[in-house]
Design a protein around this ligand. Sequence first.
Ligand SMILES: Cc1cc2nc3c(=O)[nH]c(=O)nc-3n(C[C@H](O)[C@H](O)[C@H](O)COP(=O)(O)OP(=O)(O)OC[C@H]3O[C@@H](n4cnc5c(N)ncnc54)[C@H](O)[C@@H]3O)c2cc1C
Length: 386
Amino acid sequence: MKAVADFLAAHDPSTTDPAEFLRARYDAGLAWVSYPVGRGGLGLSRSLQPEVDRLFAEAGAPGNRSEVNGIGLGMAAPTILRYGTAAQLDRYLRPLWTGEEIWCQLFSEPGAGSDLAAVATRAVRDGDDWVVNGQKVWTSGAHNARMAILVARTDGDVPKHRGLTYFLCDMTDPGVDVRPLRQITGEAEFNEVFLTDVRIPDSQRLGAIGQGWEVANATLNNERVAIGGRAARREDGMIGVVAQTWRDRPELRTSELHGELLRLWVDAEVARVTGVRLGQKLASGQPGPEGAAMKLSFARINQKLSGLELEILGAEGLRYSDWTMVRPERVDFFGRDAGYRYLRAKGNSIEGGTSEILRNIVAERVLGLPPEHRVDKDIPWKDVPR
Ligand SMILES: Cc1cc2nc3c(=O)[nH]c(=O)nc-3n(C[C@H](O)[C@H](O)[C@H](O)COP(=O)(O)OP(=O)(O)OC[C@H]3O[C@@H](n4cnc5c(N)ncnc54)[C@H](O)[C@@H]3O)c2cc1C
């Protein structure tokens, strides 16, 4: 691409300060090429992004910490782009893309996970600010985050979906208390976050008061695509790991394992090709509920494959190299051993919406089946028993 070549000619990656290089790349519209001019993009097709990223990587360009900022890049940015004011786009998108500001997602609560609309964290207006009190849970990467996307209740007198508002929360506010939660893998990727009198200026409200459910759904659709809808090469990801083990270790093979590997290879390939089709759909607009189906099949296949990897490795697969409690910057899924992958993949059918909930979404919004019975849909939130 000529724009990339011109940019690289003017900004030599080997001599330019990495942060300056990334800011300049954003300003040149070569960050997210599908975003509008002035917002990190050139208004081009999203399908050009992999090629642009490849050219920058080959030239030795600095990375933007995408492995740490999945929530920022995959979920916060598209939501801010869609619902943000001009001032919000100016303030947040550039440091988000350059990796100078890492984001986390303050959605789930002890009483609101699958039923996200039941959020009880309150935001009360006080002059130009909102004062936020409540508890969030399972907040991935909150210990690294400078900013958060937050859903809070601003009106308890209307039914639950209508009383929510979406905010951009500064994690350095003194009222934000982040505490680690240790997982089955031994590490603490996620956290409990206690919010006590956190002040959020009204200028950091994303969307209208009471529009939080709609804005949150835009984020969740992007999340499912980010988790499950990556455009991948054949044998990318977990299927590649298992196929490689199979090729490298003929002494571990049995005909039963062979049958299972072939079945999962076909499943992984079908998922990959479906992902390509979803990518084409995305190129022409916002992700719809179809992202739910991709995330659903990703979780199933990843869990089956990580189980198969253990089966193939036999006793060797039971080895677990490191169970010390660490607070990692990122999920190093492929850098760790098979035991880690097996345990970490268990979370795939919970994070980003459980598989049961995703099946409901596919049933209702893709297949058009009758909706689940919802008894609290029309009752004011404050009157719903908790
Ligand atoms: C690794 C990991 C990272 C995460 N990171 C974040 C994060 O960064 N930010 C964040 O906000 N959240 C995060 N989460 C939380 C995640 O979104 C929730 O755990 C998830 O939405 C489920 O909510 P819950 O845990 O409250 O379970 P519940 O909603 O209590 O569900 C319990 C069980 O009941 C089932 N169930 C519930 N309702 C229905 C229904 N209507 N029909 C059928 N079955 C139903 C569920 O499928 C599940 O099996 C993370 C979770 C994990 C595992």
